[in-house]
Design a protein around this ligand. Structure first.
Ligand code: AHR
Length: 482
C-alpha cells in the first residue's frame, strides 16, 4: 500500500483558475459550427451562439477564452469583423485550409460568447501583419469608456459600454507563423507594440509577450532580458506528440507504445516549465511575470476523411491522462504558471467538445476539467509520498474541503493509496473517469460511452482514507475537514 501524507497546514501557493483557460481559433470548425451558428440557425442559439456548447462550458466554469488565434491572429484585421454582418469583408483563411472566412464572428460576437459563458477575454493581437496603429485602435475600440473615434464607432455598432479585456497577447508564435522573427527583433517589436496597448480604465490589461516554442531557451532568455519590464506574462507552447511532427499517431485505435509515448511527451511539460522558469528567475526573481502556457494538449492525426487543415481529432481516455497529468504539473508550478489555455475548445486538437450538425458530445478531456473544478483558485497543499511511477497526483484546499486528484495511467494495474491527513476527516467521496479500453471515447452514435461517474474505490477506516485507483483512470477524492 502506497501512502501520501497531506499537510493541510502547509499551503504552497494559489492555483490560479486561469490555468483552466480555453483557446478558440478561427480554425476548422472551432468558431464556425462549434460556437457560432448564426441567429437564423435551427440549432438553438442566442445571438448566433449555440446554447448546448455554452451550457457545457458554463458547467466546467471556463474562466478565460483566448481568441482569435493562434496563427490566425497574425493575419486577423479586426476592422473586417465589426459592423453589420452583411457589410463584413470576406477573406481567405490562408493558414487553415484556405477556406472562406466571413468575419461574421468578430469582436462583438467574441465578447457575447465570453458573457454567455461567464469567461474573461484573452485577445491575441496581430504583430506579424498588423500595424501598431491597428493594435492601438483595437484596444481603444474595446476598452475606451469616453468619447473617442474608436469608442464612438463601437457605439454605432451597438455596444455602449466598453468591455473588459483582461489579457492581451502581443503577437503569436512570432518565431514561426507569426512572422519568423529572431528573438532580438521580436523583443524590440514587443516593446514598441505594447506601448500602445493602453489602459483607458483602472482595469489594467495584463500584457503577454510571445514566448518560446517548446525548449527554445535562447528565445526565452533574449526576450526576458530585453523586455521583461514591459510585460506581465510570456507565453510557452508545447504540444504532446506520439513521435514527431511528421508522424502524428492516430487518435483512436493506436498501438500500446503510443499510449506511453504521448504521455511521455506530455510529461515533458514539467522539465520545460522548470528550465524556462530558471531563466525567468534571472530577470524576474520575484516571479512577477507569469509563464502563460497558452497552447498545450495532444496533437494527433486528423480523423480520416476530414480536411487536414482543420485539425479535427477524436479524444480518448489517453487524452484525459494528458490533461490530468499536465494540470498536475501546472499546479506544481503555480507560482509561475499564471494561465494556460488548452488547444482548443471545440472541434480542434484536444477539444472539450465535438459537434456534428445539431449534435454535441463531451470528450474525456471535458470530464477531466469537470473533475478538477475544485482546484480552481484553491490553495495547493504540500503532499508527499509513494505512488506507482504511473500515478500522478495533486492536492489542494478550498475553504474546509481538500481535493486530491489522481491520474493512474497504468494500462492494467490499479494503484492502492492511503491518504494520511493531519486533520480530523469528515465526509469523503469521489468521482472518476475510467477507461475500459485504451481508446475509450465518445462519438455521435454513442455519446456517453465514457462519462464522469460516482467513484466507489474510496473508503474511510479508523479515520484513514484508502483509495483504489483503477488502471486508465482520473479520480478526484473530496475530503471535508472537521
Ligand atoms: O493550435 C493550432 C496552432 O498551433 C496555432 O494556430 C498555432 O499558434 C500553433 O502552431
Amino acid at each position: 500500500m502506497n501512502k501520501i501524507k497531506i499537510n493541510t497546514a502547509r499551503e504552497t501557493g494559489k492555483i490560479s483558475k486561469y490555468i483552466y483557460g480555453q483557446f478558440a481559433e478561427h480554425l476548422g470548425r472551432c468558431i464556425y459550427e462549434g460556437v457560432w451558428v448564426g441567429p437564423d440557425s435551427d440549432i438553438p442559439n442566442k445571438n448566433g451562439i449555440r446554447q448546448d456548447v455554452v451550457e457545457a462550458l458554463r458547467a466546467i466554469k471556463v474562466p478565460v477564452i483566448r481568441w482569435p488565434g493562434g496563427c490566425f491572429a497574425d493575419e486577423y484585421h479586426w476592422k473586417d469583423g465589426v459592423g453589420p454582418l452583411e457589410n463584413r469583408k470576406t477573406i481567405v483563411n490562408t493558414h487553415w485550409g484556405g477556406v472562406t472566412e466571413t468575419n461574421y464572428f468578430g469582436t462583438h460576437e467574441f465578447f457575447e460568447l465570453c458573457e454567455q459563458v461567464g469567461a474573461e477575454a484573452y485577445i491575441n493581437g496581430n504583430v506579424g501583419s498588423g500595424t501598431v496603429q491597428e493594435m492601438q485602435e483595437w484596444v481603444e475600440y474595446m476598452t475606451m469608456p469616453g468619447e473617442s473615434p474608436m469608442a464612438n464607432w463601437r457605439r454605432e455598432n451597438g455596444r455602449e459600454e466598453p468591455w473588459n479585456v483582461k489579457f492581451f497577447g502581443v503577437g503569436n508564435e512570432s518565431w514561426g507563423c507569426g512572422g519568423n522573427m529572431r528573438p532580438e527583433y521580436y523583443a524590440d517589436l514587443y516593446r514598441r507594440y505594447q506601448t500602445y496597448v493602453r489602459n483607458y480604465t483602472s482595469d489594467r490589461i495584463y500584457k503577454i509577450a510571445c514566448g518560446p516554442n517548446i525548449d527554445d531557451y535562447n528565445w526565452m532568455d533574449v526576450v526576458m532580458k530585453n523586455a521583461h519590464q514591459f510585460m506581465d506574462g510570456i507565453s510557452l507552447h508545447h504540444y504532446s506528440l506520439t513521435s514527431n511532427w511528421e508522424n502524428k499517431g492516430p487518435a483512436t485505435d493506436f498501438p500500446e507504445e503510443e499510449w506511453f509515448s504521448l504521455i511521455k511527451s506530455a510529461n515533458k511539460m514539467d522539465e520545460l516549465i522548470t528550465k524556462h522558469s530558471t531563466i525567468m528567475d534571472l530577470y524576474d526573481p520575484e516571479e512577477r511575470v507569469g509563464l502563460i502556457v497558452d497552447e498545450w494538449g495532444s496533437w494527433l492525426a486528423v480523423e480520416p476523411g476530414t480536411n487536414p487543415g482543420f485539425l479535427y481529432q477524436q479524444n480518448t481516455i489517453r487524452d484525459a491522462m494528458v490533461a490530468s497529468l499536465t494540470l498536475n504539473i501546472f499546479h506544481k508550478h503555480a507560482g509561475r504558471v499564471q494561465m494556460a489555455n488548452i488547444a482548443q475548445m471545440v472541434n480542434v486538437l484536444q477539444s472539450m467538445i465535438l459537434t456534428e450538425g445539431e449534435k454535441m458530445i463531451k470528450t474525456p478531456t471535458y470530464y477531466v476539467f469537470d473533475l478538477y473544478k475544485n482546484h480552481m483558485d484553491a490553495t495547493r497543499l504540500d503532499a508527499i509520498g509513494e505512488t506507482k511511477e504511473t500515478t500522478s497526483y495533486t492536492v489542494s484546499k478550498q475553504d474546509q474541503m481538500v481535493t486530491a486528484s489522481f491520474c493512474n495511467y497504468h494500462l492494467t494495474e490499479a494503484d492502492e493509496v492511503e491518504l494520511d491527513l493531519d486533520c480530523v476527516v469528515g465526509t469523503v467521496w469521489g468521482e472518476a473517469l475510467i477507461g475500459e479500453t485504451m481508446d475509450a471515447h465518445n462519438n455521435f452514435e454513442n455519446p456517453e460511452q465514457i462519462v464522469k461517474q460516482a467513484f466507489d474505490g474510496v473508503k474511510v477506516m479508523d479515520g484513514k482514507i484508502f483509495v483504489t485507483l483503477p488502471p486508465k483512470s482520473v479520480v478526484s477524492v473530496y475530503i471535508e475537514g472537521k
